[in-house]
Design a binder for this molecule. Structure first.
Ligand code: ATP
Ligand code: RIB
Length: 307
């Protein structure tokens, strides 16, 4: 049997407001719609991976409240195995998501709540689970030291490591050297390197800067331009895989990372795994929401078969 995928990250309740524009400071405006749903990058990636067929464990911290109940029912429906510490001294987090009516573009404030208290100790307590994984994935919404602890345990056991460096943060070279794959989007790649990333050539230069800092391989997701895969010997631009009209792109990066992890865990060639990630994301953007937009394995296989 394929070994499991272990993901560290946060769950939050996404509160998504669709409106014409952001209010100015001190101003109140009427919104067009509101949706409450499951979110948080790590949780979204876990849902994407489980729906795509990966045996997926999710390490996180929740409060003891109504949002925690949303988390548990989301994971149960998707088949995610929760590895949860309950934290009665804090709350399950939430994200404010502004969706611009005309463009669908988003601006997000995320407050991780209990998940901001995930510690290196939480990872040590699950070291055996991580050591038994095929792939370990994390992001930067929980404390970086927890990400570092998980990546270290995984690396020492020969488990493939993926860091999705989102939201953008300064990272030291020792942390980058623990990553087999780093998956920034364009603005995160800019933040990490100080280089502009607006063209494919610029993305290649930014990827080289990250490779020079010790990352095994870099995948820069390029929104509607697909993704760039680059390591020391190969550089491949994978175009977007369209599944229909775009409804909402929030969570596209999470769909990509979840799908990519599943394909790697199945032993696929890395560029094939990037295509699998693009197909997963290509379907997710045709639906509203983040975790609720993740496709099933049958849908991903059908889309890839049509290419
Ligand atoms: P988010 O932060 O909103 O979750 P992101 O900025 O991390 O997303 P993007 O680079 O925007 O991630 O997108 C990730 C992947 O999603 C892309 O590599 C691409 O495969 C897919 N994707 C994004 N936008 C589109 C689109 N308009 N049509 C099809 N696929 C898309
Ligand atoms: O990547 C999208 C996610 O980022 C949203 O679900 C929101 O919760 C933020 O964490």
């Amino acid at each position: 049997m394929t070994k499991p995928i272990v993901i560290l990250g946060i769950f939050v309740a996404d509160t998504a407001y669709r409106a014409e524009r952001m209010p100015k400071m001190g101003e109140t405006i009427l919104g067009r719609s509101f949706v409450l749903g499951p979110g948080g990058k790590g949780s979204n990636q876990s849902v994407a991976a489980a729906m795509a067929g990966g045996r997926t464990h999710f390490i996180t911290r929740l409060g003891k409240d109504d949002f925690a109940a949303i988390a548990r029912s989301t994971w149960e429906k998707a088949g995610v195995r929760p590895e949860v510490s309950e934290d009665g001294e804090s709350y399950t987090g939430a994200a404010f998501i502004f969706l611009e009516e005309a463009t669908g573009n988003n601006a997000i404030i995320v407050s991780p709540g209990a998940a901001a208290r995930i510690s290196a100790q939480d990872l040590e307590e699950r070291a055996d689970l991580i050591r038994g994984a095929s792939v370990f994935v994390t992001q930067l919404e929980q404390p970086i030291e927890a990400a570092r602890a998980g990546l270290k345990i995984a690396r020492a056991a020969g488990v493939t490591t993926i860091l999705n460096p989102a939201p953008a943060a300064a990272l030291d070279d020792a942390l980058l050297a623990l990553c087999d794959y780093l998956t920034p989007n364009e603005s995160e790649a800019e933040g990490l390197t100080g280089l502009p990333v607006t063209t494919l050539a610029e993305a290649e230069a930014a990827a080289d800067a990250l490779l020079a800092r010790g990352v095994g391989a870099v995948i820069i997701t390029l929104g509607s331009n697909g993704a760039l895969y680059r390591d020391k010997t190969r550089s491949v631009h994978v175009p977007v895989i369209s599944a229909g009209p775009v409804v909402e792109t929030t969570g596209a990066g999470d769909a990509f990372n979840g799908g990519f992890a599943v394909a790697l865990s199945e032993g696929r060639d890395v560029v094939e795994a990037v295509r699998f990630g693009c197909a997963t994301a290509g379907i997710s953007v045709t639906r509203p929401g983040t975790a609720p937009s993740m496709p099933s394995r049958a849908e991903i296989d059908a889309l890839l078969a049509r290419q």
